[in-house]
Ligand binder design. Sequence first.
Ligand SMILES: *[C@@H]1O[C@H](CO)[C@@H](O)[C@H](O)[C@H]1NC(C)=O
Ligand SMILES: *[C@@H]1O[C@H](CO)[C@@H](O)[C@H](O)[C@H]1NC(C)=O
Ligand SMILES: *[C@@H]1O[C@H](CO)[C@@H](O)[C@H](O)[C@H]1NC(C)=O
Ligand SMILES: *[C@@H]1O[C@H](CO)[C@@H](O)[C@H](O)[C@H]1NC(C)=O
Ligand SMILES: *[C@@H]1O[C@H](CO)[C@@H](O)[C@H](O)[C@H]1NC(C)=O
Length: 941
Amino acid sequence: MMMGGLFYNWGLAIAPQLLILIILIHPITAQEGFVSLACCADTNFIDQNTSIEWTQDSQWLFPNYSSTCANINNNNEKSRIFGSNVLGWKRYCYHFNTIKGEEYLIRGTFLVNESSNSNGHYSSSLFGVYIGNTLLSRVKAFRDSVVIEGSFKAKRKYIDFCLEKDDEGDEAYISYLEIRQLQNFSYLSKFPSRIFKLIARLNMGESTLDIRYPNDPIDRIWKASPSFLNGSRFLLDPNINISSKFNSNASLGVPLEVLRTAVTHPDQLVFLHDDLDTATNEYRIFFHFVELNQTVEPGQRLFDIYINNDKKATNFDILAHGSNYKWEFYDVLANGSLNLTLVKASVGSELGPICSAYEVMQVRPWIQESDENDVDVFLKVRDELLVANQQNEVLGSWSGDPCLPIPWGGLGCDSINGSSVITKLDLSEHNFKGLFPVSLPKLAHLQTLDLSNNDFTGNIPSFPTSSVLISVDLRHNDFRGELPESLALLPHLITLNFGCNPYFGKELPPDFNMSRLTTDYGTCDHLDSTFRKKGIVIGTVASGAVLFTIIFGVIYVYCCRQKFVFRGRYDLKRDLVMKDIIISLPSTDDAFIKSICIQSFSLKSIEAATQQYKTLIGEGGFGSVYRGTLSDGEEVAVKVRSATSTQGTREFENELNLLSTIRHENLVPLLGYCCESDQQILVYPFMSNGSLQDRLYGELAKRKTLDWATRVSIALGAARGLTYLHTFAGRSVIHRDVKSSNILLDHSMSAKVADFGFSKYAPQEGDSGASLEVRGTAGYLDPEYYTTHHLSAKSDVFSFGVVLLEIICGREPLNIHKPRNEWSLVEWAKTNIRESKIEEIVDPSIKGGYHAEAMWRVVEVALACIEPYSAYRPCMADIVRELEDSLIIENNASEYMRSIDSFGGSNRFSMVVDRKVVQPPTPTPTEPSPISHELTPPEPR
Ligand SMILES: *[C@@H]1O[C@H](CO)[C@@H](O)[C@H](O)[C@H]1NC(C)=O
Ligand SMILES: *[C@@H]1O[C@H](CO)[C@@H](O)[C@H](O)[C@H]1NC(C)=O
Ligand SMILES: *[C@@H]1O[C@H](CO)[C@@H](O)[C@H](O)[C@H]1NC(C)=O
Ligand SMILES: *[C@@H]1O[C@H](CO)[C@@H](O)[C@H](O)[C@H]1NC(C)=O
Ligand SMILES: *[C@@H]1O[C@H](CO)[C@@H](O)[C@H](O)[C@H]1NC(C)=O
């Protein structure tokens, strides 16, 4: 195949013609593994300078999204613009076939025409560029044209290159898209689960022409180095054949044209990059060195290599092992800037440093795609649906990964063992035609299938007994034939509805167990159509959310009238009839319905309890918090929604919904609420010891210091509370605003996590868009969540790490009144911890009052929690275990010291334990974490 296995699924039908066209013009072998798309091009063409064969992009896009073409310049270059006129889609993908295990380079060129800009094109563009699910870069309009390149190792037999707009109204655009198989060259061999984003690839010495294909067989673009560079250029005498001297096995296939020029300087060469991302990232830097002076002997040219003032190599000698070419790479963490400096060695060197080329890559973690089998099956389902539904708008959004970052329209996904799987398919009421997709029964995790109210026809295929379907709705279609026994007898099936299919057999199999199943197979009666209407409103919400909606509805009905007590479980098979709404309770999520006992208060009683809101004890995003005493003497904290609080209603519902079902000794329980005359009031037990924040560095801290053991036990309590949230009912509730002021202390100093106002379920079916809003408190915010907008429980872990640093250091996460390098607690603590300077950061008020080992354990956990990459952070359950160990050590040490004290010993002291920072456990032990590169010098090769 011409494309070397890199051809497009959807383009197969037209590929042969293209193929012939190109074969006639150019030998096929030359660009094997290349796909070069010229977006919006009118014809395929060949670039005379490079001989690269450019193909029109239209066949590589799925679906044929509505898009427009804009002229960039008079050279007939164009951009494809994905505007705001499409049906709310934000994601546009090009789909390429790849060879599993092979490495590829992918390069997008995003050109802007300034005058088009003023004409309103690109008026408001902000979009992400993705390789699979991994964000490679973000593109902002009104910037210069950009080229974005990444390298990745194919994990599947295809890759999607996607543009995802932030808002529907934005415009995404692209001009060229190139994929290059890296053949025998490997950038990522040790990092299969990373992608490398190209920052720079500079050909030193050359200052006019970029070098690419055909000089570089894999078409990397070696940019001519800027002419203002310090140092003098060194061009090799073209008559000398340097290639014979290269050890070509060791090379990365760098073209000779790149290696035959270099830059040199008698003392030092400095290369600066100061426009990097401000967040801390891992970078990999490749240097290519060639000794171009034929008379130089080993030992005559020695130099030191510094990266950001860190010495990476001493007395580096290009000629040391016989070859006159060497390449080296170094991994560093950097934010904002990189300073690469080559300095002539202080002793013994006659000549200054020389450098032929270097490359800088940003290392980004690979975001896993959804379950491979599910995706493969579902792509087949899509193809089958497409046969009769080319124009269907639902299918129009089905590109890229079916589940991530948000599920395709009509799909619901869940996470099983860390991998996203498809659990729900709801195509109801969307004018689908044609046959039942025969691949659909192969979806191994599908629980809910709703094809109702369409024009499907044909037979229902049989289902494997391994299917985990719980609910199937086929009503109001035109299915023919009989109900397959295999479907009716599925072991997990609870609801099976197939009524109102006029030509469908009504027979149920003889073994059909009526008591187990709810079924509707009757004719199209009135009740049915009532159900249809109501069912749609509710059916589009995630199933868990449905239950909450119901609970909330139930509470509303009883609201402010009487004490509402609801215990026990719903009978899930029974329809709950309320007023004229009929709600069919879905699935078996019965874990959600536990005993709920929430009291409803009258506004009057609230006013009485708080003595007309006399004592204000706090202000939060939700509103003000007042202290009060109920008539039975119980002390309470009363949260009143402020009139200006915009997100209040949603938070109120969140809080009420969540807190009514979530109960744990380390979470603040909800006692009651009041929703009289538009007031939204929540009532909690009063926590007499205030918040952890007050105790650490607030007013209260001045009166009485928290000792170390108490700090650890508070952290442990909070960690247990969060563990419960993160594993709640098999799903994950993410707190989103973990901070020390949200950790409250009851009379016995037991920690209770408060404020679920920002809480949200882990991204799930139906949660479209909600995760795009970054929320939290400055100083605690997970940088990865902030940059990628991907919310996970690990974001809470990051914030919890900051809380741990607070208990260690006794200071606030952000304080701009401190010296610049101490503004951020995280950065300041991290720097000191790396240098093993724990004493420097420990809260002076607990100095000498802790066991060093117990302290170290907490420090290590904190360090792991604040890893920039969420994949390296531990989960809350691991944190609980570590904190438990720390507390045991601390308590044992206290016991021991007390026993010494009773013999007239001295005061407590901290034992000195000689320890270095050890690596936090990483989920993928084969891959070093970014930190390790900081701590250990790279191994000599
Ligand atoms: C080909 O290269 C020349 C310079 O060598 C340049 O002026 C011209 O624009 C290039 N043509 C194309 C189509 O890139
Ligand atoms: C998509 O392609 C079909 C035919 O394949 C065509 O009828 C339809 O108009 C196209 N839609 C758009 C939005 O271009
Ligand atoms: C921008 O595009 C217009 C046509 O849309 C073209 O006439 C103009 O020359 C282009 N501007 C530049 C700078 O190439
Ligand atoms: C080449 O190296 C020799 C020393 O071996 C030195 O004297 C000479 O100046 C160098 N030539 C250049 C152009 O740097
Ligand atoms: C770059 O690093 C070198 C060596 O550490 C140092 O001497 C120099 O001052 C640095 N330059 C800048 C601009 O930071």
